[in-house]
Design a protein around this ligand. Structure first.
Ligand code: COA
Length: 189
């Protein structure tokens, strides 16, 4: 299973010792502001198993971000198979979630660049997509910072959210292998 690194971070698969960290991350209402609700321990444990299964099946996933400086976990960033019904799926998405105390330090963008280098390098992908709930400006800023381009033609209503949900509308960005190679973005490796 892949393990990556960037200047300040180790990106690694989930281990049993990360279970409490994951539950704490999902219990913070500010971190979960653009989700339907925070997750209780039981719900967090279910998703924890799915994250680990994704790594076992695919060899990549939403990597835990561990600070090189002190070994603490700060969140996740990585690549995930998006297979819900939408016009651009199945696709590989890039996503991120950090604990609040670690926002605004550039960690999400740093880890995302390392993830894209892996996607377009060893994995040989043609395209990576990213999407977020309309209004999640911090997430869109990461997408732009790493060279992704807005793709209004791929915007969608998330099929797993109820029709009346204010969180249903998702805006989409994407980057192709050619655009990645052309960009002057650092590799993050
Ligand atoms: C989305 C999320 C990961 C973005 O985190 P973030 O810390 O804003 O993103 P970055 O790591 O790219 O940090 C960039 C900020 O750090 C600052 N920064 C500080 N030191 C930096 C450094 N060494 N390098 C780069 N940026 C640095 C930048 O100036 C920038 O701030 P700005 O927006 O005021 O310009 C975070 O808001 C989050 O976890 N949200 C909740 C979960 C969520 O909604 N996830 C997305 C679902 S789709």
């Amino acid at each position: 299973m892949s393990r990556l690194q960037s200047e300040r971070l180790i990106l690694r698969p989930w281990e049993e010792r990360d279970r409490d960290f994951w539950a704490d991350l999902n219990a913070d209402p500010e971190v979960m502001r653009f989700f339907e609700a925070t997750r209780d321990r039981r719900e967090s444990d279910i998703v924890f198993e799915r994250l680990r299964e994704h790594f076992a099946r695919n060899g990549f996933g939403f990597w835990v971000l561990e600070k090189k400086e002190d070994g603490t976990q700060i969140g996740f960033t990585g690549l995930h198979v998006a297979d819900f019904p939408a016009q651009f799926t199945p696709a590989i998405e890039i996503g991120w979630r950090l604990k609040r105390q670690e926002w605004k330090k550039g960690y999400a963008s740093e880890a995302a660049l390392a993830s894209l280098a892996h996607a377009f390098g060893p994995m040989g992908l043609e395209e990576v997509v990213s999407f977020a709930v309309e209004g999640n400006e911090a997430s869109f800023a990461v997408m732009r910072r790493i060279g992704m381009r807005r793709r209004p033609d791929l915007d969608f209503d998330h099929p797993y959210l109820p029709a009346h949900s204010p969180l249903r509308r998702h805006l989409t960005y994407a980057i192709t292998a050619a655009q990645w190679q052309e960009s002057e973005a650092p590799t993050g490796a």
